[in-house]
Design a protein around this ligand. Structure first.
Ligand code: FUL
Length: 502
């Protein structure tokens, strides 16, 4: 009898663990229980994955920001909301010129400031007079958001919209429930009248100061409306979907985790809560966001990938005085390697001028960057190689290696030898994890064979969706990737060797 009870309880226990296991893996949020051991926490973290929307966004890699509005005409960065709408008159506005230039530059989406902090709307919103409908442009009959979204679709770009919650023009601002209703109405206009929107950009900025109007944003109601009207969209910033990387330089961290502790404020954790209801919005700017130590202290962990924003010019809006300060191709290349190449999506701002056009210098610069990226990455020199796992004698082809997931099963450290087709020269390495199974690699290095011994030529910590490393040219016919530590068996989606081609 005792044995039967024991067997039954054992069965129940195993069953519960399996069920719990099923509940807690393959999701973008997992609570940490007070009873979890350190190992259990790390194993949970290793199995957190992006939502389909987060994954689709991550794959875009490189996207555009367009700051355009009344500030373009007042030559300011932050307008006060008391501008005369008549001054908005971009006589030569051509959204197709924008879309073509961005598409040709290799960007996958463009995000337009439909309304910045001044409250001036680039579409004829029913809910304010501070908009294009009272401008000189097209006698008040124009709609920049409409022209922008049509142009993006014509050129095959996804569309994103920035709608500043901080509104210095609206008299309701500070009267929290009324302003929230107004904001929801504007969101509804943008999310119903302009087709599919892939990203909604929430800016946390509010410069009202200690004596200014204190507006309590009802973020949850904003998320709810976006989920209802644009279920495929991701929300940037003050939301649980996409994290602001923490600076406006375009640089990600050398160690950039997409799995980090969630700040739950006073909410009691319940496994069943939708993330939108328990997330409390704030910026994540620390250098260490997702180390093991941070996870041990957490009450829950979520997939929260970084978007790195930066402007091609010193300001976000166009200023003629900055025509000579457009970032160089060299600088943008460094930014690209330090954002896309550090597990972030790069959001590069290129502001239209008073004519409503992108400046030729900016257009030429992003095109030149694209040429370097294309020429560098069009040939992966590791293709055609043979892969040897650890010291095993059996070789498998590079092409079939990424399909044979079982090769990396049950291992947290592993050495992958790549026997190249010939002696080659390269100075860039690309690593990618299969993030739809989780982000796991914590530490790795690469060696080359000089004919007598292995020599280390580069190293890193996190990989995530993509890691790009540059180093002095290496010449060899054998390379090995040593994954020194990971949170579960690492699953690589890609390994590439390239020659930087400027
Ligand atoms: C900030 C804003 O205050 C800037 O004007 C700009 O829009 C930048 C992207 O976000 O928070």
């Amino acid at each position: 009898m005792k044995t039967r009870i024991l067997t039954a309880s054992l069965f129940l226990l195993t069953y519960t663990i399996v069920i719990l296991g099923q509940q807690t893996v393959n999701k973008n949020f997992i609570p940490v229980l007070p009873t979890d051991t350190k190992n259990e926490i790390i194993s949970k973290a290793a199995n957190i994955i992006p939502t389909q929307q987060q994954y689709d966004w991550q794959k875009m890699e490189y996207i555009a920001f367009l700051h355009f509005g009344i500030n373009t005409f007042t030559n300011r960065e932050w307008g006060e909301g008391n501008e005369d709408p008549k001054i908005f008159n971009p006589e030569k506005l051509d959204a197709e010129q924008w879309a073509k230039a961005l598409k040709d530059a290799g960007m996958k989406m463009a995000i337009l400031t439909a309304k910045h902090h001044d409250g001036f709307c680039l579409w004829p919103s029913k809910y304010t007079e501070h908009s294009v409908k009272n401008s000189t442009w097209k006698n008040g009959k124009g709609d920049v958001v409409g022209e922008f979204t049509d142009a993006c679709r014509k050129y095959g770009l996804k569309v994103g919209l920035y709608l500043s919650p901080w509104d210095r023009n609206n008299p309701l601002y500070g009267d929290s429930p009324k302003y929230n209703e107004f904001y929801l109405n504007q969101l509804r206009e943008l999310l119903t009248n302009y087709g599919e929107i892939s990203e909604v950009w929430f800016d946390g900025a509010c410069g009202e100061g200690p004596n200014g109007k204190k507006q309590i944003y009802d973020w949850q109601s904003y998320y709810k409306l976006i989920r209802e009207l644009q279920p495929k969209a991701v929300i940037f910033g003050m939301s649980p979907d996409l994290r602001w990387v923490g600076t406006e330089t375009g640089y990600g961290r050398e160690t950039e985790w997409s799995v980090i502790p969630i700040d739950l404020g006073n909410v009691n954790i319940d496994n069943q809560y939708p993330l939108d209801e328990i997330y409390s919005p704030h910026d994540y700017v620390d250098n260490d966001l997702g180390s093991r130590e941070k996870l041990y202290e957490s009450k829950g962990m979520f997939w929260y990938p970084a978007e790195a924003d930066v402007s091609i010019r010193p300001g976000w809006f166009y200023h003629k005085s900055q025509d000579d300060s457009v970032k160089s191709v060299e600088k943008l290349l460094d930014i690209y390697f330090s954002s896309v190449g550090r597990n972030c999506v790069l959001l590069l701002n290129i502001p239209p001028d008073q004519n409503g056009l992108l400046c030729q210098k900016d257009v030429d610069t992003i095109k030149a960057l694209k040429n370097i990226i294309d020429k560098t990455f069009n040939r992966n020199l590791a293709e055609g190689s043979k892969v040897v796992v650890d010291e095993d004698k059996s070789e498998i082809s590079y092409e079939s290696f990424f399909q044979k997931r079982e090769l990396l099963t049950g291992r947290e450290d592993i050495t992958l030898n790549f026997v190249l087709t010939a002696e080659i020269s390269f100075d860039v390495v690309m690593l990618q994890e299969d993030i739809m199974t989780g982000q796991r690699i914590e530490k790795f290095h690469l060696d080359y064979w000089n004919g007598e011994e292995w020599i280390k030529f580069t190293e890193g910590t996190t990989v995530g969706y993509k890691q790009l490393l540059r180093f002095s040219p290496v010449e060899t016919n054998k390379v090995r990737l040593v994954i020194e530590q990971s949170r579960a068996n690492p699953l690589l989606a890609n390994f590439g060797l390239f020659k930087l081609n400027k």
